[in-house]
Structure formats: structure tokens, C-alpha cells
Ligand binder design. Structure first.
Ligand SMILES: [Zn+2]
Length: 99
């Protein structure tokens, strides 16, 4: 089964088609603290990332990526910050991102 992006309202799956369109999928960090920050950034109640949970590249800023290698990676310490939250979560989102 292709992995579905864990972000709210995002329906990107890690299929070959999506990958060939330039969408990349990234596993949650192994580092516990950073992983927790990603989970919090998702704002999904009760969500905890599993070994196979992924986020697609649409939730990261261009500067969050390390494109120097053959594989596009998320830079150490970078956190997902771009989400299309439903209205009842948006206010919280603004506080988190400091907008
Ligand atoms: Zn996504």
C-alpha cells in the first residue's frame, strides 16, 4: 500500500505517479524530540507517527530541503510548517507559526 501523507486534508500518496511529478515523501525524524515537534505541527488530535508515517514535500518550505544529494532530504531540525487546516484549527496554526 502506498503511504498516505499524514498532514490534515492532504491526499498525496507516495505512488510512482506522484513521485514522478516531483512530490517527495519524508519519514518522521528518529529523534524523539523533533518527531514530537512534527506531530505537534500536524495538529491532529491523538496522532502519533509510526515507523512508516510520511509527510509530503508540500508541507515544507524550500529552505527546509537539502537537495545536494541524490535523494531530496529534510534538513536536520527542520519542521513542517505549511498546512491547509480547517477553519477551527487555523487560529491555533497562526499561533504556532507566529504569523
Ligand atoms: Zn502532504
Amino acid at each position: 500500500m502506498p503511504q498516505l501523507c499524514a498532514a490534515w486534508g492532504c491526499t498525496n500518496r507516495s505512488t510512482i505517479e506522484n513521485r514522478s511529478r516531483g512530490i517527495t515523501f519524508h519519514r518522521f525524524p528518529k529523534n524523539k524530540e523533533l518527531r514530537r515537534q512534527w506531530e505537534v505541527a500536524l495538529r491532529r488530535e491523538g496522532f502519533s507517527a509510526s515507523e512508516s508515517s510520511v509527510l509530503c514535500n508540500e508541507h515544507f518550505k524550500p529552505e527546509d530541503f537539502d537537495r545536494t544529494g541524490q535523494i531530496v532530504r529534510i534538513r536536520d531540525g527542520a519542521k513542517p510548517s505549511i498546512f491547509s487546516f480547517p477553519p477551527h484549527l487555523q487560529r491555533v496554526c497562526f499561533i504556532v507559526t507566529g504569523l
